[in-house]
Design a protein around this ligand. Structure first.
Ligand SMILES: Nc1ncnc2c1ncn2[C@@H]1O[C@H](COP(=O)(O)OP(=O)(O)OP(=O)(O)O)[C@@H](O)[C@H]1O
Ligand SMILES: [Mg+2]
Length: 268
């Protein structure tokens, strides 16, 4: 279980993440939604500790991640693998080596520098690639792959980290509709088959509703919605994205109280 308690990340005068408290039981597939600048990327980066929170605590199975330093912090980053919109592969290296990068560990710096990967590491990387239908591309340079193929390689690189959590920041934003389906299916599969928690920032509400069992809506750094896709009414979406008010908008308050869905004013 991953628990966020009042997590805040401040950049100068901007509160990118503002007192966010959330609990993520192991194995959930969560979509984080909200307009540009809402704080979605900052939230994921703070969980991974690429950002240090300005206030609040992050607990993973009771361990205070916020307090980790040195090797313990590097171990935490290994346990919550990140996937990015731009894939972040090394284009000139082949697919297998890119995936093996996920096995790099600071503890083994000498072997890392010599790019000595064990047979076990290689078997694991190949198995991951085969599982995501990339087994035919092991020796192909990453830069020659399609976007969807590159993102699957990035997912394999994350998988061989043997993470508890995958933090995916707009993983389909650079992809066409067909590759979008391929990549989201791949994330759904590893969530289902390995029980890895997936937190996924998404712009596309239809995709988020299709794949995620839970949606967290952010606005101005705050969580303003937390519930199932079915609870995300058009009215709530409108408020989340500041779209033109529809006549039904005053009924938004119905979402609050008693259910998992709670839409509060952003400035509350
Ligand atoms: N390193 C930084 N330094 C200063 N301000 C930052 C930094 N990172 C993010 N911000 C600010 O924090 C706010 C939230 O940004 P963030 O990137 O988390 O939003 P987002 O929801 O991911 O948006 P998008 O959908 O466009 O990716 C924005 O106002 C942004 O300008
Ligand atoms: Mg972002």
């Amino acid at each position: 279980m991953l628990v966020l308690e009042g997590v805040t990340k401040q950049f100068g005068a901007v509160r990118a993440v503002d007192a966010v408290s959330l609990e993520f039981p192991r194995g959930q597939f969560v979509g984080i939604i909200g307009r540009s600048g809402a704080g979605k990327s900052t939230l994921l980066r703070t969980i991974n500790r690429l950002n240090t929170p300005s206030a609040g605590r992050i607990l993973s199975d009771g361990t205070d991640v916020t307090a980790l330093r040195g090797q313990a912090l590097r171990d935490w980053r290994q346990r919550c693998a990140m996937i990015f919109q731009q894939f972040n592969l090394v284009g000139r290296l082949d697919v297998l080596t890119n995936v093996l990068m996920g096995r790099l560990n600071q503890r083994n710096m000498m072997a890392t520098l010599l790019k000595l990967f064990s047979r076990e590491d290689r078997m694991m990387a190949i198995a991951a690639l085969e599982q995501l239908d990339m087994g035919d591309y092991l020796s192909q340079r990453a830069e020659t792959l399609s976007g969807g193929q590159q993102q699957r390689v990035a997912i394999c690189r994350a998988l061989v980290q043997e993470p508890e959590i995958i933090l995916a920041d707009e993983p389909i934003a650079s992809l066409d509709p067909r590759n979008t389906g391929v990549v989201m299916d791949a994330l759904a599969r590893i969530n289902r088959e390995y029980g890895i928690t997936v937190l996924c920032n998404l712009h596309d509400l239809d995709i988020a509703s299709e794949y995620c069992s839970r949606l967290v809506g952010m606005k101005a750094g705050r969580v303003v919605f937390d519930g199932s896709p079915a609870m995300l009414t058009p009215e709530i979406s409108q408020q989340l994205y500041d779209l033109d008010a529809a006549p039904a908008q005053p009924s938004i308050a119905r979402g609050a109280g008693g259910t998992a869905a709670a839409l509060q004013p952003a400035a509350a």
